[in-house]
Design a protein around this ligand. Structure first.
Ligand code: SF4
Ligand code: SF4
Length: 84
């Protein structure tokens, strides 16, 4: 019998430590553009995006600043801003 293995990614917040310390750019959400489609939530590799009612909420303690959420957002509601 042939055994087929399938690797599945299961991201979870904090699984790679406090990844917020890695960040050079920070995702900032424009609430007026966000329509809560949650595509960014689906693609975030650190699983740090959640729904906050009228807009998304990003946990900056664990957001590593990869920019995937900004790239995937069709409404261009997330801007990557240089950390101060
Ligand atoms: S992908 Fe863009 S529009 Fe959709 S929930 Fe995220 S920020 Fe909002
Ligand atoms: S930049 Fe966006 S996609 Fe990347 S870890 Fe932070 S919230 Fe998630």
């Amino acid at each position: 019998m042939q055994v087929v293995e399938c690797l599945i990614s299961k991201p979870s917040k904090g699984s790679a430590g406090k990844t917020g310390l890695w960040r050079t750019y920070k995702p900032v959400v424009d609430e007026s553009k966000c329509n809560l489609c949650m595509l960014c939530w689906l693609y975030c590799p650190e699983s740090v995006i959640s729904s906050g009612g009228s807009c998304i909420v990003i946990d900056y303690e664990y957001c590593k600043g990869c920019g995937i959420c900004s790239e995937i957002c069709a409404k261009k509601a997330i801007e990557m801003v240089l950390e101060e």
